[in-house]
Design a protein around this ligand. Structure first.
Ligand code: ADP
Length: 346
């Protein structure tokens, strides 16, 4: 569903919900008016003295002097007053209902907007996600298409060129796989995990195992000084977070760089620091790096083009689900430190 379709859908949903709420309000108001009118009208009828309302009252003396033939006039007088009363009541109830209609319309509209807002926001976020994801998927797909088309246009393709083409295809497919894995990671909801007591050291060791080759390939030293602190969480997810931070530190470090992992505790929390001496992040980029698909200009051009700007948003989401925090401090050309705050196990 594109944006205008979504807007159109919500406009018509708001209208329908407003009408539903308004019908309920008006049904209640009209029912109340009918009951009130009937009760009050009966009450008014009882105001006519009994001697006039019962048959065979001819000749009964009323109010010290009215007798016989004048009875009809007096009866008419009372009846007229009762009818006037009823008419006035009817008019008042009519205006009351008009007021209910006007006020009810505004109230119903406000209620409808309020009820639909969370759904609208979720749908907008989903639309944005799909549109961002499609945009990102297009880049490797286009590269794949172009290389294949260029190769096909050649009248003859020798084995060396064919192998190079296949290698390029595998490379682009690998990128696509990483991207779809990242997208799935963002969609995964690990809210349902039951927190376990895990050692911070174990989490770090497992994450190190995943990046060791990459670090060696760039001659980057990773020093692990993490204490055997026990935290609450889901091991697989937390290993993923540390692996993302380490992977970034390697990607954005200079060759022969150094990465240091340390930990500390304060009150009921454990803190894990991943510090590198890499390219750093500009101040203006810092507030955005946890946003989905956000990549700084530096990461796009200088050191590596690898990545889709999904890693930190996945890490942020996981840490949020752990009721923890993830923060960053960075100095351009000096290095970056990411700190993960986690709940200590008792
Ligand atoms: P990417 O796949 O681009 O690395 P991330 O979401 O992991 O996506 O990171 C978002 C951006 O934050 C990166 O593109 C990079 O510009 C910046 N960044 C993340 N970690 C570091 C780091 N350790 N040093 C410098 N820049 C970093």
């Amino acid at each position: 569903m594109n944006l205008t379709t979504t807007q159109h859908f919500f406009q018509s949903a708001t209208l329908k919900l407003t009408l539903t709420y308004l019908s309920i309000i008006m049904l209640m108001s009209i029912t109340f008016s009918v009951v009130f009118y009937n009760t009050s009208s009966r009450q008014l009828g009882r105001q006519i003295p009994r001697s006039f309302t019962t048959s065979g009252g001819f000749g009964i003396r009323v109010d010290g002097g009215i007798i016989g033939g004048q009875r009809q006039e007096v009866e008419q007088f009372f009846q007229q007053r009762v009818d006037e009363g009823r008419h006035e009541l009817l008019m008042r109830l009519f205006f009351l209902n008009l007021l209910a209609l006007a006020g009810g319309s505004l109230l119903s509209y406000a209620l409808a907007r309020e009820s639909l807002r969370p759904i609208e926001e979720t749908m907008e976020a989903q639309n944005r996600f799909v549109s961002d994801a499609s945009h990102e998927l297009r880049t490797p797909l286009t590269a794949l298409q172009t290389t294949n088309e260029v190769a096909l246009r050649k009248p003859k393709l020798n084995i060396k060129e064919a192998k190079a083409l296949l290698a390029k295809n595998v490379e682009e497919t690998e990128k696509l796989k990483n991207l779809t894995d990242g997208l799935l990671g963002l969609l995964k909801n690990s809210n349902s995990f039951s927190p376990q007591t895990i050692s911070l050291q174990d989490i770090v060791s497992e994450a190190m195992g995943q990046i060791v080759q990459k670090a060696q390939a760039r001659q980057i030293t990773v020093n692990d000084e993490v204490a055997d602190t026990k935290v609450l969480g889901n091991k697989t997810s937390l290993v993923q977070v540390v692996a993302i931070l380490l992977d970034n530190s390697i990607k954005y470090s200079h060759e022969n760089g150094k990465i240091l992992l340390t930990s500390s505790t304060k009150n009921k929390f454990a803190y894990l620091n991943v510090k590198d001496e890499g390219i750093g992040i500009k101040d203006e980029d810092l507030p955005h790096i946890f946003e989905r698909f956000y990549r700084t200009d530096m990461s796009r051009s200088k050191i590596t083009q690898e990545g889709y700007g999904l890693g930190l948003s996945i890490a942020h989401k996981i840490i949020e689900q752990h009721h923890g925090e993830i923060s960053v401090e960075s100095k351009l050309d000096k290095g970056t430190t990411f700190t993960v705050k986690l709940v200590l196990a008792d």
